[in-house]
Each structure stands twice: as C-alpha cells, then as structure tokens.
Write a protein that binds this ligand. Sequence first.
Ligand code: PPS
Length: 569
Amino acid sequence: MSEPLAPIPELYVSHDSAQKLKVEAGNLTSHDLTLRQICDLELLMNGGFNPLKGFLSEADYDNVVENMRLADGSLWPMPINLDVSEKFAETVEVGQDIALRDQEGVILATMTVTDKWVPNKAREAEKVFGADDSAHPAVNYLHNHAGSVYLGGPVTGIQPPVHYDFRGRRDTPNELRAYFRKMGWRKVVAFQTRNPLHRAHQELTFRAAKEAQANLLIHPVVGLTKPGDVDHFTRVRCYEAVLDQYPASTTAMSLLNLAMRMAGPREAVWHGLIRKNHGCTHFIVGRDHAGPGNNSKGEDFYGPYDAQDLFRKHQEEMGIEMVDFKHMVYVQERAQYEPADEIADKDNVTILNISGTELRRRLAEGLEIPEWFSFPQVVEELRRTKPARSKQGFTVFFTGFSGSGKSTIANALMVKLMEMGGRPVTLLDGDIVRKNLSSELGFSKEHRDLNIRRIGYVASEITKNGGIAICAPIAPYATTRRAVREDIEAFGAFIEVHVATSIEECEKRDRKGLYKLAREGKIKEFTGISDPYDVPENPELRVETEGTDVDNCAHQVILKLESMGLIKG
Ligand code: PPS
C-alpha cells in the first residue's frame, strides 16, 4: 500500500518541456476557456480531479452520467467536459491537438482530441442533476451557456491559471499533502463551504475535528459558486478573521478553485473525492449539501439527507470518511453552542438560532446581528460589502411591446427617483441604447440578444457601483432576460417590470406609426406582429397601462421598491 500522503499524479510537463510545448502550441487551433473550464482545468492539471487525465471521453461521459463511474469502473460522479460551440467544433478533427487558453490568451495546456460528440443534455440534466429543470443553476448553465458539442481527450499541462488574489492561501493537492506530512497531521477533516463562517460553523467544525481526533482543514470554494453568493474576496477576509478562533496549529485554511455545480448528492461524493486527493481523511457533509435551492415548482431538488446517504454508500471505496454535520444552536442560559439533538433539557432552556434568510434580511435592512451569532469582524466585513438595501445599487428592467409605455413610465420613474436623491439614476431606454451602444445592430434574435446583454452589462456595472439603472428595451426573450438578471443579481436587486399592454392596444395607439409599416411588411421581424415575445412568467411587478395613467404606473414601481427596502418611504 502506498504512503497515504505520497504525492498524487499531476498532468504538468517539466519546466523545460513546458517552455518548448508553449512555443509549439502557439501554432495549434486554440480554444478560449470559459471561467468554469479554467476552474476544471486547474483541478485536472494539479491532480484535484485524480484519476481524470483530461476532459471526459464519450465512453467515460456516458458511464459517468448513467452510473457515476468512468468507463474503467472508477467512481466519478460529475461530467467534466470541454463544451465548445458548433462553429469551433467544425474546425477540430478527432486526433488533433488543440491549445487551451485562459481569458487573456495565455496557453495553459494542450489537449489531444480523442472524442467529439453532441451530448444529450436533457439526459445529462435528468441523471446528474435530478431533473431537466432550468431553475437548477447547473441545468440552466447546461442549456443556456454551455456549448452544444463536447470534446474529450487527455490534457498536457503547461502552467496553472494565474491568480493575483490570495496567492499565499491557494494550495495544490500536493502542496497540502506536503504540508500535512510536514506537520505530522495523519488525520484531517475537511470542511467545504461557499458561505461566510459564523460561530455555529466554528463550533461544529471544531467539534467534528475533535470527534475524529483529527486536524481541521477549512477548504472554502473560491471558483464559481451559486449565483447570488457573497463574493469570495469578502468571504476570504471573513475566514481569516475566524481562523484566529481555533486553537493554534490545529487548523489550516486553503482556498479551492472549484466550479461548483450545486448537484447535491453527486456533488457531495465529488467533493469527497477532491478532498481525498488533497490528502484529507474525513469530510463534513451537512443537511442539503450543495443544494441548488428550489425547483420551478418551489420544491427542493433533493431530500435533505440524500447527500449524506449517497456519501455513506460510497465512502469506503472513496477512502474518505464522512463526518455528519451537527445542527448547532445557541443555548442562552449556558451561553454556548450545543448540537440541537443533544440538548436533554430543551423545554427548560432558551434556544436561539438565526437562519440564513434571517441573516440576509438583517444585513439588507441594516439591523443588529448579535454577538452570540457571529464574530464582530465577520459582521463588519459583511456590512462593508453589503450595505443596507436602501444604500445599494439596483436595476429596474422594464419589458413589453413597442409602444406599450415602457419609456414613458421609465422616464416618470427616473424623475421621481431623482427627486428623492441619494443615488445617481441612469436611464437605458431602448431607443437611447440603440443610438449610443448598439447602432450597428438590427432585430434578428442574435442582435436583440446582443443588445440586451450590452444593456445588462452596463446596468450591472451601475448596480455594482451603487447607482440605479432603469432599462426599457423590448427584451423579448425570457432566457436573455434571465441571463441579465443573473449578471445584475451578483451586485444588487433586479426588478423586472412587465408593461403588460396588449398587442392590440399597442397597435391601436401606434405612436410611431411602426405597426402600420409592420403590417404592410415594410418592417420585418416586428415584435408581436412577425416576431416572438415571451411573456414574463414571474416578474417582480406587472403593470397594466390600459385605463391607468403614467403617474400611477410609475407610483406602483415606487411602492414595489419601497416594499423591497430599496428606497425609504
Ligand atoms: S430589443 O428587441 O429589446 O432589442 O428591442 P429595442 O432595443 O428595445 O428596440 C425596440 C425599438 O426599436 C424600434 N423597432 C422595432 N421594434 C421591434 N421590432 C422591430 N423589428 C423593430 N424595428 C424598429 C421600435 O421603435 C422599438 O422602440 P420602443 O421604444 O420599444 O417602442
């Protein structure tokens, strides 16, 4: 049997060969990696995804999707694919080497393409994520962001992706193994997280390590996590503050550049294998581990303990042991955290707990967060990045037919917000944008999408910097609106307002005379007449303009903003 902390295989070539390969790779057809692919490639190259030797072949992919195993039978729950566009796939032949570049064009690796195929994404969604439901972030990614062709084949690593942030806190599996060896840590419990740590987490991780008589590795994910999570810069500052709370030299913290999929049970097994590769012997799995939130019917995707059950079933084969996450609550009388299921005198003591939702509400509204719940430095960091909602930027996104009244209501809303003051307001009206940002674009689906993505980008920058963006394009496609929502929600609230004027009414008003021209066929692809419009299913607000004046419509938006805490009444 090999020494447990012996180095694991990496996919990098030696330094000298890397220089040579890099020069040669300059002549190869090259693929620009997406952010997710960069994360995947880093863990492939440094052994974090051991035993994978590259992006999955078709046979491996099929078996992973169906049976959670590679073609040779090894346990591997997550498809790791190089998804590319059809156009790029046409330029690549099986047997060819391609260069893989980061977003600045630096060549990180080469790959010998052994397989090229069009995956059945609906099957992948069902089998891997449990349902072909785009409310699941990874299913949404699969259908709306990932390319339609997969390339598979072994990877030869040239250099790791460059990180300029928290360099000293990032470790490869072999660096961690070497550290554990040096410290004499024979047993290590890993704690995976994508959230800031509060006192309950500190307590539960400390107890988990004590129970397993092991050292502790706080191993937060800083690659891609769930849309809407606290950004990793803030989180790492929070983790650093908590690190001091553990007894000296029992605990280490290292950042993992993983792109999470939020795949619950399969994700837990995947996380376990990754931690095993990083030299850990134990792994904490909680209730609803890597849960994706609700499905489109408002229900959970997975049972709360499915992840623990699946992990338990495979832990022997994986060679890493599960430590159950204990639900810790604060017992006021004893001024300490205790596992909820171990409190014998439940009826005689006061049990305090603040849920994630409640914490977000308190942060959003600038309310008190008690010391028993978190560490003052952590709360301070969170408040610094997320000021109260009434001080954050946000985007109001009107959508509706041409002539529905979007611009008029948007203008009225703008002046009302300017009258209140406090934050700069920018109007990105359909016509203004088409004049200043998108003058070369027409009205094909591709051009409309590009136009809306540009609006979304500008609005997200405004929102990030604390301003108010009011957008008023037609934005006829639901998937594009959703993509814009995701871009913006990373920084602040997104309020979709459907201006629900019927096409008949818009045509009757025909303020610009365009409907007449569209009917006569003089304007092609006219929304509502000869081009589609996806009616928003769940907008934050729907306003009816027929029989309601503009002032009242704008006021409805103001009331909505007030109810969301974005403006103070
Ligand atoms: S989109 O689909 O969101 O990119 O459209 P948008 O940028 O909002 O531009 C819509 C305005 O362009 C005029 N126009 C058309 N609209 C729809 N379909 C076609 N084919 C078309 N051709 C020109 C129209 O005046 C729209 O303005 P609004 O302000 O919506 O009335």
